[in-house]
Design a protein around this ligand. Structure first.
Ligand code: IVH
Length: 678
């Protein structure tokens, strides 16, 4: 019996009940997804449930209620943000899931007399944003919210490099598009979150949304977000008469657009565009979840208009979820350097979206319990955010009769000590500082490139050094002899000598490498560099209070507390003494100011003028910082000026810069860029 047949057998009351249940589910999922950026089901499950509701409501129109998810978008805004009323509603898109449905949509338009000219675009997996410019200057940026009312996230959006603060023309315009997180940043962010014991983001869209909807714009600035703009609220000030021209015009105004678009005139070409990008999807550096097909002529778009929620002139073709089935053979627990214990499902290898997959992270015990995954289960796999293999669910009908609930270990698989949850963490941790698994991971980190950079000291060698009890902490590396190393498996004279030299050379590294190499929670390579630079020596860092550390630019309390807590432990103090005794350098040897970053800096070689009153720092500090980052700071604006940074009450220099069409930043953008470049 087909779904439609099943529906036609329902009484109106049954249909009503069923619809109510679907609505409750959909509303909860939408809140998790849109408001909290933390979905509990796959997009495809949401889409399928939504379709079921559409079918029920189509068969029984009397059961439709105004607050049904098919009729209205719920309130997706967080109370912490100021609300913005969109003067022009921010629409969503209708979805289709097959080319047959898509062809019907296109055919309907053609029968209505629409000229068959369509612009095909990629459907970016991000979140919709709106940017309002007055006189060519960015005045407000917001989220979609429910389409009528969104959240004011101006400060956060100003930290995104692809968003122009000033357009190439002084026009009033409201531009819409997508803010997204590139796949590589998404993977890195999730790895970091996992190491910090935090829940990973489900996909780049949720990661982007979570990063944008931050009260602290500094957090957003660090998250490497980007944008593609594709729409405007009102065309009257523009030259474009088609969607494809609009994209080109947006690019000339200074926006980043996605240039993978094509104007086509029949269903065959639409199909070809879909197939091409469905295939290339995994190779793109950002996530896409479908193709958007838009009537190209803007006047026709206007005359077709919108339904309550979606335009009649555009539709989204959603890619089918790429899935595979396989069997879970084991659940492996690995201990990270910070003691976080992570479960991984070991499965029969299968091909999924072009790659062979045999392992999938189960993130943390809560996740494993919630999904109720057991050894022997047949599971459905997908790629989260197009990249990371993840188990969607087990297949109930294929669960063996003798299946047992998986028991979460309560002792560390490496050292046998009791596992704990710290604070509110979802992660399970081994807190034994002598745990061999943590120590080997810690040693690998110590030797890694950004830390002590000891070439040739990989995980296999480290494991052997531990197993043979030649080393039991990082200081032990420095007492290794040639005779010790030659006993290692596959180690000849040459490799032993090379490793000894690499270890020896690392003694004279500058302090920031050692500080990072210690693996103090929350202290990344950049933070380590700033702390080392500020205090100059290990002794000074160990004597510093959390307040003193937190005073360093961009440092914050979390890092400061973590440093102080670390050095308070007797183990850490003993380790530093031991490292000192074996001759590891304890002083900062780099440049004393931020000069190191000059060549990497976006300010390098630029002529910059400061004007107006800066709130956060003095003119002298800003000048020094800019000069250290390779800029030339001058006092008057001329044609040669590259950038004007304008504080409060900026006067004639500001006006002159505007006349000359020179890029103007406000203080918050400057601050955000400083923070992101440190
Ligand atoms: S057009 C009235 N074009 O998909 C214009 N939307 O599922 C409506 N999206 O809310 C949007 N890429 O956030 C359009 N090339 C694209 C898009 C796109 C991604 C998002 C957008 C929209 C959602 C609907």
């Amino acid at each position: 019996m087909s779904v439609n047949e099943a529906i036609s057998r329902l009484t109106e009351e049954q249909a009503n009940q069923e619809a109510q249940q679907l609505r409750t589910k959909l509303k909860q999922w939408a809140t998790e997804y849109y408001t909290y950026d933390n979905p509990s089901v796959e997009d495809s499950e949401y889409d399928a449930t939504y379709q079921q509701l559409v079918e029920l409501e189509t068969a029984f129109p009397t059961i439709i209620v105004p607050d049904s998810p098919t009729q209205a978008v719920g309130d997706n805004t967080l109370p912490e943000f100021t609300k913005v009323r969109h003067e022009f509603q921010m629409l969503s898109l209708g979805d289709v899931f097959s080319t047959t449905e898509l062809s019907e949509f296109i055919q309907r338009l053609i029968t209505q007399g629409v000229k068959p000219e369509f612009n095909c675009e990629l459907k970016i997996d991000g979140l919709a944003i709106s940017l309002r410019y007055e006189n060519g200057l960015l005045v407000q940026g917001s989220t979609r919210g429910n389409g009528q009312i969104g959240e004011d996230i101006t400060k956060n959006l100003k930290t995104i490099p692809s968003i122009p603060q000033k357009l190439t023309k002084p026009i009033d315009i409201e531009v819409r598009g997508e803010c997204y997180m590139p796949k590589s940043s998404f993977v890195k962010l999730n790895e970091q979150r996992q190491a910090d014991g935090l829940e990973p983001f489900a996909n780049p869209r949720n990661a982007a949304a979570g990063s944008l909807r931050q009260l602290d714009a500094k957090v957003t600035a660090k998250r490497k977000l980007s944008t593609f703009m594709y729409n405007v609220a009102d065309y009257s000030d523009l030259q474009a008469t088609t969607q494809s021209e609009l994209l080109a015009e947006l690019a000339t105004l200074g926006f980043q657009i996605n240039d993978t678009y094509a104007v086509v005139d029949d269903m065959d070409d639409i199909d070809a565009f879909i197939s091409k990008y469905q295939e290339q999807r995994d190779d793109l550096s950002y996530g896409i979840d479908g193709i958007v097909i838009k009537v190209n002529d803007l006047a026709t778009q206007m005359s077709l208009g919108n339904t309550v929620k979606v335009p009649r002139w555009a539709i989204a073709y959603k890619f089918p979820p790429e899935e595979a089935e396989t069997i879970v053979r084991d659940i492996e627990w690995t201990i990270g350097r910070t003691g976080v214990v992570t479960p991984t499902a070991i499965m029969d290898p299968v091909t999924l979206a072009g790659t062979t997959v045999a392992r999938a992270s189960l993130h943390n015990p809560d996740y494993l319990i919630q999904k109720d995954i057991r050894i022997g289960d047949t599971v459905k796999l997908h790629k989260a955010g197009d990249i990371i293999p993840e188990i969607s669910a087990y297949i109930a009908s294929k669960r063996p009769a003798d299946s047992q609930v998986y028991v979460i270990p309560d002792i560390c698989p490496s050292c046998g000590s009791e596992l704990v949850h710290l604070d509110e963490e979802v992660a399970l941790r081994c807190i034994n500082p002598k745990c061999p698994a943590q120590l080997t991971e810690g040693l690998a980190h110590f030797a890694s490139r950004d830390a002590m950079n000891i070439d040739g000291l990989g995980p296999k060698i480290i494991q052997q050094l531990f197993d043979k009890q030649l080393v039991n902490d990082v200081a032990g590396l420095y007492t290794l002899s040639f005779d010790n190393l030659i006993t290692l498996n596959k180690f000849g004279e040459k490799s032993a000598n090379n490793l000894l030299t690499a270890i020896n050379n690392s003694r004279s590294n500058s302090l920031e490498r050692l500080l990072y190499g210690l693996g103090i929670r929350h202290v990344g390579a950049k933070a380590a560099r700033l702390i080392a630079q500020h205090f100059g020596s290990m002794a000074a860092i160990m004597a510093a209070s959390a307040d003193e550390i937190a005073l360093i630019d961009t440092m914050g309390e979390v890092i400061a507390d973590s440093v102080v807590t670390y050095f308070k432990t007797i183990e850490a103090q003993a380790l530093i003494v031991a490292l000192d005794e074996v001759g590891v350098n304890m002083n900062y040897l780099g440049p004393t100011s931020a000069k190191l970053a000059a060549t990497d800096s976006s300010f390098n070689g630029k002529r910059v003028v400061l004007t107006g009153k800066l709130q956060a720092f003095s003119r002298a500090t800003a000048t020094e910082w800019l000069e250290n980052h390779g800029a030339q700071v001058s006092s008057s604006v001329s044609k040669k000026t590259d950038l004007v940074i304008a504080g409060a009450d900026a006067g004639s220099k500001y006006t002159k810069a505007q006349e000359l069409g020179i890029e103007i930043w406000d203080e918050s953008r400057f601050e955000a860029t400083m923070n992101s470049e440190e």
